[in-house]
Write a protein that binds this ligand. Structure first.
Ligand code: NDP
Length: 329
């Protein structure tokens, strides 16, 4: 079967990033991040590589680094790819923001993946936590300096940020010796992130968009407000281009120079989600999808909003901290 050729985007350190990444976060339950049964995720990542995916998004907190790494190593062993043909993004968790903890976390990530280096190491949040999940005042600039060390030691090729607001990105840019090449944030038709995306673009930072399907798919087992798969704007574009509404939304991200990170464990949807590089939306079509914006976040850890580096707007009734109850119970 033919594989899809994914375009590459040039980063400000002159390295290249594949224009779409496969998400590998499988959700959260009482025991922590969900891991897959019978190597389901490993097999999905291997199928993804066969289809043309060259970029995978994981994180220490997802508990999927080992399976993603194993899939990459098996495809290298099969001779399907070389290490330099794949791009692995992972993230530092909030409990490892202190200078000496960053190196420990980085080495643990490399151990889990079984790889000599990762391509992109992101600070998952600007928020530092202690081991018991109480708030830590460790400044993200201290964390950033330690991440710069990881580049110098060759453990990661590039470093970047996730869930930082504009002011926080600006602060890192002002103080850094190595610039963040990427900013991973929530982007979908319900939160189009015009301001942060244009700021990042001006600084040469590539934006990666998480939860790209927004309200098109069920979240937390619920139908949430916002456009669905049967939305007339999306279905008419889908009909015009002979694509699905899901593909239209992914292409809307690509056309805005955002790297979408769709997650799927279905072989059929794996192909569907990467098969978006043979058409292009017109400016007015992009604008039409932009009209869905309501600045709705699905990742809203309001239980951290008293933290000095909480990145988002405050909300009136913060929900309890699900992570902390994991630890305490
Ligand atoms: P997505 O928008 O990728 O939605 C995933 C859901 O959509 C799954 O239920 C999946 O089900 C379904 N789906 C996938 N493709 C299709 C399709 N073509 N048609 C219909 N349904 C489809 O949301 P996520 O929140 O999972 O985000 C994606 C990735 O972004 C994560 O896996 C993670 O890597 C990253 N992320 C990063 C965050 C951060 O803080 N930096 C926060 C949240 C996510 P199925 O698997 O059955 O296909």
């Amino acid at each position: 079967s033919a594989t899809i050729d994914v375009p590459m985007l040039k980063m400000l350190n002159d390295r290249e990033m594949p224009a779409i990444a496969l998400g590998t976060y499988l959700g959260f339950d009482k025991g922590g991040a969900v891991t897959s049964k019978d190597k389901q995720l490993r097999n999905v990542v291997m199928q993804a590589i066969d289809l043309g995916y060259r970029h995978f998004d994981t994180a220490a907190i997802y508990n999927t680094e080992a399976e993603v790494g194993e899939a990459i190593r098996m495809k290298i062993d099969e001779g399907v790819i070389k290490r330099e043909d794949v791009f692995l993004t992972t993230k530092l968790w909030n409990t490892h923001h202190k200078r000496e903890q960053v190196a420990v976390a980085m080495k643990e990530t490399l151990n889990k993946t079984g790889l000599d280096y990762v391509d992109l190491f992101l600070m998952h949040w600007p928020i530092a936590l202690n081991e018991d999940y109480s708030h830590s005042n460790t400044d993200y600039l201290e964390t950033w300096r330690a991440m710069e060390e990881m580049v110098k030691l060759g453990y990661t090729k590039s470093i970047g940020l996730s869930n930082f607001n504009k002011l926080q990105v600006a602060t890192v840019l002002q103080e850094c010796t190595i610039k963040p090449v990427a900013l991973q944030i929530e982007v979908h038709p319900q939160i189009i992130q015009e301001d942060l995306i244009s700021y990042a673009k001006d600084e040469g930072i590539i934006v990666m968009g998480y939860s790209p399907f927004g309200s098109l798919v069920k979240r937390f087992g619920m139908d949430l407000p916002g456009p669905k798969m049967d939305d007339p704007v999306l279905t008419s574009l889908a009909k015009k281009y002979d694509k699905t509404p899901a593909q239209i939304v992914l292409r809307w991200l690509v056309d805005r120079k955002v790297v979408p990170i769709p997650k799927t464990v279905s072989p059929k949807r794996l192909l569907e989600n990467i098969n978006i590089f043979d058409f292009k939306l017109k400016e007015e079509e992009i604008e039409k999808i932009n009209q869905f914006n309501s600045n709705t976040r699905y990742t809203l850890p309001s239980f951290w909003q008293k933290h000095p580096f909480y990145p988002f707007d405050m909300v009136p009734n913060p929900i309890p901290d699900p992570f902390r109850s994991e630890i305490k119970s």
